[in-house]
Write a protein that binds this ligand. Structure first.
Ligand code: ADP
Length: 593
């Protein structure tokens, strides 16, 4: 990675930075720049392309917000998510900073007003998604606008999404050239991810010209990092919470474990709760609030508890399972001690967690053969049906695939194959509340009528009649989906008794009946050659090897015997200034008896 920051500032540099500091105080009310902000800003003010790698929360946005005020033209910020744009624009507008966003939710009137402000030179910063740079209207409206700076926020998306989901990410440079063919603006790429592949992709696709590369802000001198390999994590967690006073966060991979851990802590007399994406928005903000006010001491959370954790006095962050990447680990661990006081990040794992991680990885990236077989299975089941929609019980499909591919074809792999087929526009998944029961009569109508008659069972009679009332002839010709509880209610029966009858009929070969989680897909392309599916296998392979490499870095981290902080700083490519942090488990020789 080229490191081109100059050791000494010239008088001209100092003058530029003096102006920038004035703006920092005047606009934002901050006293001084943080971490490497100054270096990034100076590089931009000197007209150089810049790649800044800084952890989340270090203040990347300021790196373009200040120069944007000093440049004569407009600063265009490429941002991946509407929610992110909205947050940024709202907080800028609140301090009177002229900024706006154009995205799919912007009304035509608002777009026109924004362009008017741009043409009048009033707007300093405009946020858009990369896709917008490919729309003709936007390009032609922007032509002639003086573009001083283009900041690509979350620039790792170029690598992570650019290859498949959002190809526009790799065409940003072309879009900019179309807007501003005669004068190339200064380019700034901002990210928290610094692996070599990502950095290389960013430089290549944004076509950065001898950029200044600045990596910084990863060192957290007040954070002590420790790792323990053990089976009884709960007991260790209690020990930690007894030893370290103050607020704590416990990270788990699954919602279930977050809930169970919170319940366990409560039973142990600790005020704890859980937080995950399964909770309603109101519930989530209530918990954040209560945690902020110390009404809870511990929040057990999945990675959904991330952005927006504003609490600065978290004293310890414990991970109960292995994270997938160093980036995500350090980001979560780094939520401890934002106030600068001594804090702890402890990772607890059992050797089985490593196997679990490896297994998850192998399941998350199905092979070409897995995908081809799944496609074939779906197609065969669809048969000659006139509709293109197929609804089947999930477990039934998985079992059928397991019969061909072996037990290693699990539920996670199945979901991953559907994901791949969906992204290639071969299928479309129907979500929403699928009614759980699926039934199809496979014998002639008279056969089933006779069976019911002979049974002399009132319950069977009622079910048969309700079937006719609910579905008419439909259930004799095609599969019908329904909700058993409602069906039983209408028939005046107990759901359990009804279920028993359906199962009996199924056993007897009268009907096909499934009660369980269903998968529903529309086959958009049912007639493809399974061996020639239009899928970018290289992209999948590439994503897989990146994920494997990242998990390897986690495995190396837990096995590392020297300074943990230095391992992390090396990972992010940050120059380190000390040989050892002196406060991690290895520096303190905690594992030596
Ligand atoms: P990032 O994009 O790196 O995650 P943000 O740009 O969102 O970080 O900044 C995180 C927070 O830090 C914001 O509230 C911002 O106002 C604040 N901040 C940024 N720079 C400074 C500074 N020099 N001094 C004090 N606070 C700052």
């Amino acid at each position: 990675m080229p490191q081109v920051s100059q050791p000494h500032n010239t008088a001209e540099d100092d003058a530029l930075l003096g102006r920038a500091r004035q703006l920092l105080r005047y606009l934002f009310g901050y006293e001084s720049f943080r971490g490497e902000q100054e270096k990034v800003i100076l590089s931009l003010l000197k007209g150089k392309d810049t790649l800044a790698i800084m952890p989340t929360g270090q203040g990347k946005s300021l790196c373009y917000q200040i120069p944007a005020q000093m440049f004569t033209g407009l600063t265009l910020v490429i941002s991946p998510l509407i929610a992110l744009m909205k947050d940024q624009v709202d907080s800028l507008k609140a301090i009177g900073y002229p900024a706006a966003a154009i995205n799919s939710q912007t009304s035509l009137g608002a777009v026109q007003r924004t362009f008017l402000e741009i043409y009048q030179g009033k707007l300093k910063v405009l946020f858009v998604a990369p896709e917008r740079l490919e729309t003709k209207n936007f390009i032609s409206a922007m032509q002639g606008v003086e573009l001083s700076l283009v900041a690509v926020d979350e620039a790792h998306c170029i690598s992570e999404w650019g290859y498949d989901f959002r190809p526009s990410y790799q065409r940003i440079a072309e879009g900019i050239a179309a807007i501003s063919p005669n004068k190339r603006p200064i380019m700034l790429a901002l990210t928290a991810t610094a692996t070599e592949e990502v950095v290389e992709d960013i430089q290549t696709f944004l076509n950065l010209q001898s950029p200044t590369v600045i990596v910084g802000g990863f060192e957290r001198t007040n954070l002590s990092l420790s790792i323990f390999a053990l089976e009884n994590k709960r007991q260790k967690l209690l020990q930690i919470l007894n030893a370290v006073k103050g607020a704590a966060m416990v990270y788990t991979m699954s919602r279930k474990l977050a809930e169970e851990t919170a319940a366990f802590l409560q039973q142990s007399g600790i005020k704890a709760t859980y937080y995950h994406a399964g909770l309603s928005d109101e519930e989530r903000s209530r918990i954040q609030d209560a945690f902020f006010k110390n009404e809870y001491r511990v929040v057990c959370a999945t990675n959904a508890f991330g952005m927006g954790v504003n609490k600065t006095d978290v004293r310890v962050v414990v991970h109960l399972e292995l994270p997938e990447t160093i980036e995500s680990y350090y980001q979560e661990a780094g939520r401890a001690g934002r106030d600068g006081k001594k804090s702890y990040a402890v990772l607890l794992y059992s050797p089985r967690d490593i196997e679990k991680g490896d297994y998850l990885l192998s399941q998350s990236y199905p092979s070409k053969e897995d995908v081809e077989l799944t496609y074939n299975e779906l197609r065969t089941r669809l048969g000659k049906s006139e509709t293109q929609t197929l609804t089947v019980e999930r477990q039934l499909l998985i079992s059928a695939l397991q019969a061909k591919q072996g037990k290693s074809f699990g539920a996670i792999k199945f979901e991953a194959t559907l994901d791949i087929l969906e992204h290639a526009n071969i299928i479309e998944r129907l979500h929403g509340d699928l009614e759980r029961e699926l039934l199809r009569v496979v014998v002639h109508r008279e056969v089933i009528a006779e069976w019911v008659e002979r049974s002399r069972s009132a319950v069977q009679q009622k079910i048969y009649e309700q079937l006719l009332r609910s579905f008419g002839h439909e259930c004799f010709s095609t599969s019908v989906q329904f909700d058993l509880t409602q069906f039983a209610f209408k028939a005046g029966l107990d759901p359990k008794a009804s279920l028993k009858i359906f199962q009996e009929w199924h056993q007897a070969g009268l009907i096909q009946f499934y009660s369980g989680e269903l998968v529903s897909v529309v086959m958009l392309a049912p007639n493809l050659n399974p061996k020639k599916l239009p899928i970018d296998w290289n992209a999948i392979e590439r994503r897989k090897s990146v994920a494997e490499k990242k998990f390897r870095s986690i495995k190396n981290y837990i096995r590392y015997t020297k300074c943990r902080r230095n391992y992390i700083l090396d990972y992010f490519g940050e120059t380190r200034y000390t040989e050892r942090c002196g406060i991690c488990d290895n520096c303190l020789r905690r594992h030596e008896k």
